[in-house]
Design a binder for this molecule. Structure first.
Ligand code: SAH
Length: 204
């Protein structure tokens, strides 16, 4: 657990004791941490930072990281909205958003982690060529997100409305993904890449 994430800004690689050119990937809302621990195990040279706002699940994620024996994962108890206070522009190159809260009421749209205000926050931190890997079981949220990514001029690839119907042996199933797909919900996924035109977009 990184207790003072604001002082970590610009110093993540030092904190990990990693080389200056090490790759950093971030997950927003890792929940119980199954995904981040597994992907960290598969990619020991990549550094992973999970940002989770609920302390109880965060503890479960940290316990899981310990028992999995992974040393390339750190956690922040914090808020995705503060991402630019935790990282400087270009400090990480991939963002995972798995099964974020859908906030289904229109008046709550700005809380969705794929709302354009968030997408504009993420882009400079990722830098050109950086990407967002997004999965959700919630089709209305996915449709909303497609519009938001396009409005912010991210480059969309690997758009799937039924990931589990495809041959995707690399897919790491998250806790929510297991629960919702068992209930019959299809899993949607996309990859959104920051292009130079994404960064040219005005802040609002
Ligand atoms: N990714 C996990 C959990 C999904 S539930 C999985 O797929 O199983 C969404 C998670 O995001 C919850 O753990 C919630 O506490 C966390 N979360 C929601 N809003 C957040 C925010 N603004 N910043 C950080 N974490 C957030």
């Amino acid at each position: 657990l990184i207790n003072e994430p604001f002082s970590a800004r610009g110093h993540w690689r030092e904190l990990f004791g990693a080389p200056a050119d090490a790759t950093i990937h971030v997950e927003l809302g890792p929940g119980k941490g199954g995904f981040i621990c597994e992907i960290a195990k598969q990619n020991p040279d990549v550094l992973y930072v999970g940002i989770e706002k609920v302390p109880d699940v965060l503890v479960m994620a940290m316990e899981r990281a310990l028992s999995a024996g992974v040393t390339n994962v750190r956690f922040i108890r914090g808020d995705a909205a503060l991402l630019a206070e935790y990282f400087e522009p270009g400090e990480f190159s991939r963002l995972y958003i798995n099964f974020c809260d859908p906030w289904h009421k229109n008046r709550q749209a700005k809380r969705r982690l794929t709302h354009r205000n968030f997408l504009r926050l993420y882009a400079p931190l990722l830098g050109v060529g950086g990407d967002i890997h997004f999965k959700t079981d919630n089709r209305p949220l996915f449709d909303f997100s497609l519009i938001e990514f396009e409005a912010c001029e991210y480059g969309l690839t690997e758009v799937s409305f039924d990931l589990h119907a495809e041959d995707a042996p690399w897919n790491i199933v998250t806790e929510y993904e297991r629960t919702f797909s068992a209930k019959g919900y299809k899993i949607n996924r996309l990859v959104a890449t920051v292009l130079s035109k994404t960064l040219d977009k005005p802040a609002q």
